[in-house]
Design a protein around this ligand. Structure first.
Ligand code: FAD
Length: 381
């Protein structure tokens, strides 16, 4: 990706020591999937798969450039750069203002208004909803499996996000403000203009599950994305998760190369919740039944992983696991401590936390982020 990408935005910000800030921001963005390179003239290039940023230090000024193939990626890279520079330089949010392409948008380019086209039940507790909308090509890529749904409050006129002059999301704060929930894109056909999402209809239904339960053709919902990380190419896979991960596991089994081998461990309540999956790979599916135990209370997944032989270096294995928080912690410890699995060979995440709404979990994430930022400031190196 050496040539200039078609959309370019630039920003500058006055700082006391811009040269010192750049390596810290760049190192942090590596954790977000960026690759770092040096450009002629000493600029630092932060390259993501489809877009990149360039940071160059002047005497007391940091120059930023964002380049991308379309407005959605441009928005993404601008946000990545601006938010992290503001955080590391202890600038107020919004201190960085962009000029150039797509600077005058008033709606976020990665936001879509979607209309419910069809509602059906895959199993008694898994509801598939087909959403129709425009410009969905990015949602068909396996690179980003997830999206955020902006669920309007029942019975109120919805209000949707906009962009401020710095290109940042502005969330409405009126009574029509939507609630955000994360879901997996189960399937997408951009040419036909639809994507499918499978919703777990769970006990103690929050806004996501309740919306799915009441959705009817013609209803409107907001969509932001796609986002999130996905699996890495490998010869063998361990895929594991509960019902919330089932849409991702099923999509992977339907789309991974046919020669892929491995095991998929899927926890569901019982046989009635098993789905027919058009598995085109050699990955073997093993269903684990929770029975009467409530979701998020068993050790089925961690026990099943613990019973597997420890893989060797030459096994070419990638592990992808998503489930409830406690199981996530146990399986991640199993992979890291007992298997000694390297970071790049697994992606283990919590998709929900028993007894917590997603907003609660996000508040905890935000707190953890703040604590990490304070720790960095106390001991920057
Ligand atoms: C990247 C990502 C992708 C995801 N993909 C999907 C998907 O494709 N389909 C899907 O259904 N979910 C998916 N999830 C999980 C989903 O976002 C959470 O389950 C979310 O909490 C549901 O929101 P809610 O409004 O229904 O419940 P919340 O308001 O968040 O929670 C209300 C209560 O319900 C409980 N709860 C939440 N989820 C469950 C559950 N699954 N079973 C039992 N109790 C639960 C909570 O602990 C809480 O007590 C995904 C999550 C992530 C992070």
């Amino acid at each position: 990706m050496n040539q200039l990408l078609p959309l370019v935005a630039r920003a500058r910000v006055t700082l006391r020591d811009p040269q010192r800030l750049i390596p810290a921001v760049a190192a942090h963005l590596v954790d977000h999937g960026a690759q770092i390179a040096e450009a002629p003239g000493g600029a630092t290039v932060v390259a993501f798969e489809f877009c990149r940023g360039i940071l160059q230090a002047g005497h007391d000024t940091l120059f930023l450039q964002a380049e991308a193939p379309d407005t959605a990626f441009l928005h993404e890279i601008k946000t990545e750069l601006a938010e992290h520079v503001e955080e590391f330089a202890r600038l107020p949010a919004g201190a960085i203002a962009w000029e150039g392409d797509a600077s005058s948008f008033d709606a976020p380019p990665n936001f879509r208004l979607m209309t419910v086209a069809d509602v059906g039940d895959v199993t008694p507790h898994m509801r598939r909803i087909r959403l129709k909308g425009q410009a969905l090509t990015r949602f068909a890529s396996l690179r980003n499996l997830h999206c955020k749904l902006l669920i309007p409050p029942a019975g109120r006129m919805p209000e949707w996000p906009s962009l401020d002059r710095h290109g940042r999301f502005v969330w409405p704060d009126g009574p029509g403000r939507p609630v955000i929930r994360k879901y997996t894109i189960r399937a997408a056909d951009p040419d036909a203009g639809w994507l499918d999402i499978d919703f777990v209809l769970h006990a103690d239904a929050g806004p996501g599950s309740a919306w799915a339960a009441r959705a009817r053709p013609g209803d409107i919902v907001g969509l932001v994305g796609p986002g999130g990380r996905s699996i890495m190419p490998a010869a063998r896979y361990l895929l594991a998760g509960d019902e919330t991960a089932l849409p991702a596991i099923a999509r992977l089994l339907e789309t991974l190369p046919a020669q892929s081998q491995g095991l998929a461990l899927i926890e569901v309540a019982g046989p009635a919740e098993e789905q027919a999956i058009a598995n085109r790979t050699g990955i073997v599916i093993r269903w684990l039944y929770r029975g009467q135990a409530p979701a998020g209370t068993t050790t089925l997944l961690q026990d099943a992983v613990a019973a597997l032989p420890v893989p060797g270096d030459s096994d070419g294995l990638f592990a992808w696991v998503s489930c409830e928080f406690r199981a996530f912690k146990a399986v991640r410890a199993q992979l890291r401590k007992h298997w000694g699995f390297p970071k790049e060979a697994h992606l283990v995440t919590a998709y929900w936390r028993r007894g917590w709404t997603e907003d609660g979990a996000e508040r905890l994430d935000a707190l953890a982020g703040t604590v990490a930022a304070i720790a960095r400031r106390i001991a920057p190196d």
